[in-house]
Design a protein around this ligand. Structure first.
Ligand SMILES: [Zn+2]
Length: 294
Protein backbone atom coordinates (compact mmCIF):
# COMPACT_ATOMS: atom_id res chain seq x y z
CA UNK A 1 0.00 0.00 0.00
CA UNK A 2 1.34 3.47 -0.89
CA UNK A 3 1.40 6.36 1.55
CA UNK A 4 -1.36 7.92 -0.58
CA UNK A 5 -3.59 4.87 0.01
CA UNK A 6 -2.90 5.10 3.73
CA UNK A 7 -3.80 8.79 3.66
CA UNK A 8 -7.12 8.06 1.90
CA UNK A 9 -7.95 5.51 4.60
CA UNK A 10 -7.38 8.18 7.22
CA UNK A 11 -8.92 11.19 5.43
CA UNK A 12 -11.77 11.41 2.92
CA UNK A 13 -11.65 13.85 1.35
CA UNK A 14 -7.94 14.45 1.47
CA UNK A 15 -7.19 18.18 1.79
CA UNK A 16 -4.27 19.49 -0.25
CA UNK A 17 -2.55 22.85 0.28
CA UNK A 18 -3.43 26.09 -1.53
CA UNK A 19 -1.49 28.51 -3.69
CA UNK A 20 2.27 28.94 -3.58
CA UNK A 21 2.84 31.51 -6.34
CA UNK A 22 0.58 34.21 -4.95
CA UNK A 23 2.04 33.62 -1.46
CA UNK A 24 5.58 34.04 -2.81
CA UNK A 25 4.55 37.27 -4.53
CA UNK A 26 3.34 38.56 -1.16
CA UNK A 27 6.75 37.63 0.25
CA UNK A 28 8.54 39.63 -2.44
CA UNK A 29 8.85 37.45 -5.56
CA UNK A 30 9.14 39.87 -8.50
CA UNK A 31 6.87 39.73 -11.52
CA UNK A 32 8.72 37.46 -13.90
CA UNK A 33 10.99 36.03 -11.20
CA UNK A 34 11.54 32.27 -10.94
CA UNK A 35 9.60 30.82 -7.98
CA UNK A 36 11.73 27.66 -8.12
CA UNK A 37 14.87 29.66 -7.28
CA UNK A 38 13.35 30.38 -3.88
CA UNK A 39 13.74 26.68 -2.97
CA UNK A 40 17.44 27.46 -2.63
CA UNK A 41 17.78 31.23 -2.14
CA UNK A 42 14.84 31.67 0.26
CA UNK A 43 14.11 28.12 1.38
CA UNK A 44 12.95 29.36 4.79
CA UNK A 45 10.15 31.37 3.12
CA UNK A 46 8.93 28.37 1.11
CA UNK A 47 9.08 26.19 4.23
CA UNK A 48 7.13 28.78 6.21
CA UNK A 49 4.35 28.95 3.60
CA UNK A 50 4.04 25.16 3.40
CA UNK A 51 4.15 24.85 7.20
CA UNK A 52 1.28 27.36 7.43
CA UNK A 53 -0.73 25.08 5.13
CA UNK A 54 0.05 22.09 7.36
CA UNK A 55 -1.08 24.03 10.40
CA UNK A 56 -4.26 25.00 8.53
CA UNK A 57 -5.25 21.37 8.06
CA UNK A 58 -3.63 20.28 4.77
CA UNK A 59 -3.07 16.53 4.61
CA UNK A 60 -0.60 17.05 1.77
CA UNK A 61 1.76 19.82 0.69
CA UNK A 62 2.94 20.46 -2.86
CA UNK A 63 6.53 21.16 -3.88
CA UNK A 64 7.36 24.60 -5.30
CA UNK A 65 8.26 23.15 -8.69
CA UNK A 66 5.39 24.09 -11.01
CA UNK A 67 7.88 25.50 -13.56
CA UNK A 68 10.62 23.00 -12.73
CA UNK A 69 11.12 21.41 -16.14
CA UNK A 70 14.18 22.38 -18.17
CA UNK A 71 12.28 24.43 -20.82
CA UNK A 72 10.47 26.43 -18.13
CA UNK A 73 13.62 27.03 -16.09
CA UNK A 74 15.43 28.06 -19.31
CA UNK A 75 13.08 31.07 -19.49
CA UNK A 76 15.00 32.32 -16.40
CA UNK A 77 18.44 31.12 -17.50
CA UNK A 78 18.23 28.31 -14.92
CA UNK A 79 18.27 25.35 -17.33
CA UNK A 80 21.39 23.89 -15.74
CA UNK A 81 19.80 23.73 -12.27
CA UNK A 82 16.89 21.33 -12.85
CA UNK A 83 18.13 18.65 -10.47
CA UNK A 84 19.32 21.07 -7.78
CA UNK A 85 16.11 23.14 -7.63
CA UNK A 86 13.71 20.16 -7.72
CA UNK A 87 15.72 18.19 -5.16
CA UNK A 88 15.83 21.20 -2.84
CA UNK A 89 12.09 21.74 -3.28
CA UNK A 90 11.31 18.17 -2.25
CA UNK A 91 13.51 18.50 0.81
CA UNK A 92 11.95 21.81 1.87
CA UNK A 93 8.45 20.39 1.43
CA UNK A 94 9.40 17.33 3.48
CA UNK A 95 10.59 19.52 6.34
CA UNK A 96 7.27 21.37 6.29
CA UNK A 97 5.31 18.10 6.08
CA UNK A 98 7.20 16.78 9.10
CA UNK A 99 5.83 19.67 11.17
CA UNK A 100 2.50 17.82 11.04
CA UNK A 101 1.64 14.17 11.45
CA UNK A 102 1.54 11.88 8.37
CA UNK A 103 1.41 14.80 5.94
CA UNK A 104 2.21 13.77 2.36
CA UNK A 105 4.50 15.55 -0.09
CA UNK A 106 3.23 15.87 -3.67
CA UNK A 107 5.89 16.58 -6.30
CA UNK A 108 4.44 19.31 -8.50
CA UNK A 109 4.77 19.13 -12.29
CA UNK A 110 3.30 21.89 -14.48
CA UNK A 111 3.04 22.34 -18.24
CA UNK A 112 6.30 22.36 -20.17
CA UNK A 113 5.53 25.77 -21.66
CA UNK A 114 5.66 24.80 -25.32
CA UNK A 115 3.04 23.27 -27.60
CA UNK A 116 3.61 19.63 -28.48
CA UNK A 117 3.20 18.16 -31.95
CA UNK A 118 1.07 18.38 -34.02
CA UNK A 119 0.15 21.94 -32.91
CA UNK A 120 3.71 22.75 -31.90
CA UNK A 121 7.16 21.49 -32.67
CA UNK A 122 8.17 19.55 -29.54
CA UNK A 123 7.79 15.79 -29.86
CA UNK A 124 6.19 13.68 -27.14
CA UNK A 125 9.52 11.88 -26.68
CA UNK A 126 11.39 15.12 -25.98
CA UNK A 127 8.68 16.28 -23.58
CA UNK A 128 8.81 12.92 -21.81
CA UNK A 129 12.58 13.25 -21.35
CA UNK A 130 12.17 16.74 -19.84
CA UNK A 131 9.46 15.53 -17.45
CA UNK A 132 11.58 12.50 -16.50
CA UNK A 133 14.51 14.77 -15.62
CA UNK A 134 12.32 16.76 -13.22
CA UNK A 135 10.53 13.76 -11.74
CA UNK A 136 13.83 11.93 -11.13
CA UNK A 137 14.97 14.75 -8.84
CA UNK A 138 11.59 14.98 -7.08
CA UNK A 139 11.55 11.22 -6.42
CA UNK A 140 15.16 11.35 -5.24
CA UNK A 141 14.08 14.10 -2.85
CA UNK A 142 11.50 11.76 -1.36
CA UNK A 143 8.10 12.91 -2.61
CA UNK A 144 5.19 10.54 -1.91
CA UNK A 145 3.30 11.12 -5.18
CA UNK A 146 3.48 13.23 -8.34
CA UNK A 147 0.86 15.92 -9.05
CA UNK A 148 0.68 16.88 -12.74
CA UNK A 149 -1.44 20.03 -12.86
CA UNK A 150 -2.90 22.89 -14.91
CA UNK A 151 -2.71 20.75 -18.05
CA UNK A 152 -4.53 21.51 -21.31
CA UNK A 153 -3.21 18.87 -23.73
CA UNK A 154 -3.90 15.17 -23.14
CA UNK A 155 -0.83 14.29 -25.22
CA UNK A 156 1.35 16.31 -22.85
CA UNK A 157 -0.24 14.62 -19.85
CA UNK A 158 0.44 11.23 -21.38
CA UNK A 159 4.10 12.19 -21.93
CA UNK A 160 4.34 13.28 -18.29
CA UNK A 161 2.72 10.07 -17.02
CA UNK A 162 5.06 7.95 -19.16
CA UNK A 163 7.94 9.94 -17.67
CA UNK A 164 6.78 9.26 -14.12
CA UNK A 165 6.46 5.55 -14.88
CA UNK A 166 9.95 5.47 -16.38
CA UNK A 167 11.28 6.81 -13.08
CA UNK A 168 9.11 4.79 -10.68
CA UNK A 169 6.84 1.82 -11.35
CA UNK A 170 4.58 2.44 -8.42
CA UNK A 171 4.61 6.08 -7.23
CA UNK A 172 1.01 7.41 -7.27
CA UNK A 173 0.11 9.96 -9.97
CA UNK A 174 -2.52 12.69 -9.66
CA UNK A 175 -3.50 14.69 -12.75
CA UNK A 176 -5.58 17.85 -12.91
CA UNK A 177 -6.41 19.79 -16.04
CA UNK A 178 -7.53 23.41 -16.35
CA UNK A 179 -10.98 23.65 -17.98
CA UNK A 180 -10.79 27.39 -18.45
CA UNK A 181 -12.26 27.80 -21.95
CA UNK A 182 -16.05 27.31 -21.98
CA UNK A 183 -15.69 24.39 -19.54
CA UNK A 184 -13.05 22.78 -21.76
CA UNK A 185 -9.28 23.01 -21.71
CA UNK A 186 -7.56 25.36 -24.14
CA UNK A 187 -7.15 22.28 -26.39
CA UNK A 188 -10.85 21.44 -26.19
CA UNK A 189 -10.74 18.55 -23.69
CA UNK A 190 -13.94 18.12 -21.66
CA UNK A 191 -13.98 16.89 -18.05
CA UNK A 192 -15.60 13.62 -19.17
CA UNK A 193 -12.94 13.09 -21.85
CA UNK A 194 -10.20 13.69 -19.28
CA UNK A 195 -11.64 11.09 -16.90
CA UNK A 196 -12.03 8.59 -19.72
CA UNK A 197 -8.54 9.09 -21.18
CA UNK A 198 -6.65 9.30 -17.89
CA UNK A 199 -8.39 6.44 -16.11
CA UNK A 200 -7.26 4.28 -19.05
CA UNK A 201 -3.55 5.04 -18.53
CA UNK A 202 -3.38 4.12 -14.88
CA UNK A 203 -3.34 7.43 -13.02
CA UNK A 204 -4.65 7.30 -9.45
CA UNK A 205 -6.49 10.62 -9.31
CA UNK A 206 -8.07 12.77 -12.05
CA UNK A 207 -9.56 16.21 -11.78
CA UNK A 208 -9.51 19.94 -12.34
CA UNK A 209 -7.50 22.86 -11.04
CA UNK A 210 -7.27 26.60 -11.63
CA UNK A 211 -9.87 27.74 -14.18
CA UNK A 212 -12.28 30.63 -13.93
CA UNK A 213 -13.94 31.00 -10.58
CA UNK A 214 -16.23 28.94 -8.39
CA UNK A 215 -19.39 28.98 -10.56
CA UNK A 216 -17.56 27.33 -13.44
CA UNK A 217 -15.66 25.05 -11.04
CA UNK A 218 -19.00 23.83 -9.70
CA UNK A 219 -20.17 22.86 -13.20
CA UNK A 220 -16.84 21.17 -13.93
CA UNK A 221 -17.09 19.27 -10.64
CA UNK A 222 -20.55 18.00 -11.59
CA UNK A 223 -19.31 16.87 -15.00
CA UNK A 224 -16.33 15.07 -13.45
CA UNK A 225 -18.58 13.35 -10.93
CA UNK A 226 -21.00 12.27 -13.69
CA UNK A 227 -18.10 10.79 -15.66
CA UNK A 228 -16.55 9.07 -12.66
CA UNK A 229 -14.69 5.83 -13.47
CA UNK A 230 -14.33 2.99 -10.96
CA UNK A 231 -10.54 2.94 -10.90
CA UNK A 232 -9.76 6.63 -10.31
CA UNK A 233 -10.39 9.07 -7.52
CA UNK A 234 -11.54 12.64 -8.21
CA UNK A 235 -9.84 15.92 -7.27
CA UNK A 236 -10.73 19.58 -7.66
CA UNK A 237 -8.69 22.69 -6.79
CA UNK A 238 -10.43 25.90 -7.88
CA UNK A 239 -9.00 29.37 -7.70
CA UNK A 240 -10.16 31.57 -4.84
CA UNK A 241 -12.94 33.07 -6.95
CA UNK A 242 -12.41 35.31 -9.95
CA UNK A 243 -9.67 37.94 -10.09
CA UNK A 244 -10.84 41.54 -9.96
CA UNK A 245 -8.85 44.66 -10.67
CA UNK A 246 -8.40 46.42 -7.32
CA UNK A 247 -6.05 49.42 -7.00
CA UNK A 248 -4.41 48.51 -10.30
CA UNK A 249 -3.72 44.89 -9.32
CA UNK A 250 -5.61 41.70 -9.94
CA UNK A 251 -6.80 40.18 -6.68
CA UNK A 252 -8.80 37.02 -6.07
CA UNK A 253 -11.98 37.90 -4.26
CA UNK A 254 -13.22 34.49 -3.10
CA UNK A 255 -13.30 34.52 0.69
CA UNK A 256 -12.50 31.45 2.83
CA UNK A 257 -16.21 30.80 3.45
CA UNK A 258 -16.84 30.62 -0.31
CA UNK A 259 -14.21 27.92 -0.65
CA UNK A 260 -15.52 26.07 2.39
CA UNK A 261 -19.04 25.99 0.92
CA UNK A 262 -17.62 24.77 -2.38
CA UNK A 263 -15.66 22.03 -0.59
CA UNK A 264 -18.81 20.80 1.11
CA UNK A 265 -20.64 20.61 -2.23
CA UNK A 266 -17.79 18.67 -3.82
CA UNK A 267 -17.61 16.31 -0.85
CA UNK A 268 -21.32 15.61 -1.32
CA UNK A 269 -20.57 14.79 -4.99
CA UNK A 270 -18.03 12.22 -3.81
CA UNK A 271 -14.77 14.05 -4.47
CA UNK A 272 -11.76 12.37 -2.85
CA UNK A 273 -9.21 15.20 -2.96
CA UNK A 274 -9.85 18.91 -2.40
CA UNK A 275 -7.36 21.69 -2.90
CA UNK A 276 -7.27 25.31 -3.97
CA UNK A 277 -5.37 27.15 -6.68
CA UNK A 278 -4.52 30.79 -7.46
CA UNK A 279 -5.25 33.37 -4.79
CA UNK A 280 -5.88 30.85 -2.02
CA UNK A 281 -4.18 31.18 1.34
CA UNK A 282 -3.77 29.17 4.54
CA UNK A 283 -6.95 30.92 5.75
CA UNK A 284 -8.88 29.40 2.83
CA UNK A 285 -7.54 25.91 3.60
CA UNK A 286 -8.31 26.34 7.29
CA UNK A 287 -11.94 27.20 6.42
CA UNK A 288 -12.17 24.14 4.16
CA UNK A 289 -10.67 21.91 6.84
CA UNK A 290 -12.97 23.25 9.54
CA UNK A 291 -16.07 22.91 7.39
CA UNK A 292 -15.34 19.24 6.70
CA UNK A 293 -14.40 18.19 10.21
CA UNK A 294 -17.12 19.87 12.21
ZN1 LIG B 1 -4.60 28.62 -10.54
Amino acid sequence: MTRLDTAFNAHTPLIVDGAMGTQLQLAGLDDGGAPELWNVDHAEVVEKILTAYVQSGSHAVTTNTFGGTRPRLAMHGLEDRVRELNLAAAQVARRAANSGSDVLVLGDVGPIGELLEPLGTMSGEVAEAHFAEQVTALVEGGVDAILIETMSDLGEVEAAVRAVRSVSADIPVLVTMSFDTNLRTMMGVTPAAAVSALSAIGVDVVGANCGRGLDEARQIGEQLADARADNVRLMISPNAGLPELIDGEFQYTGVPDDLAAFAQEMTALGFDVLGACCGSTPEHIYAVSQSLTT
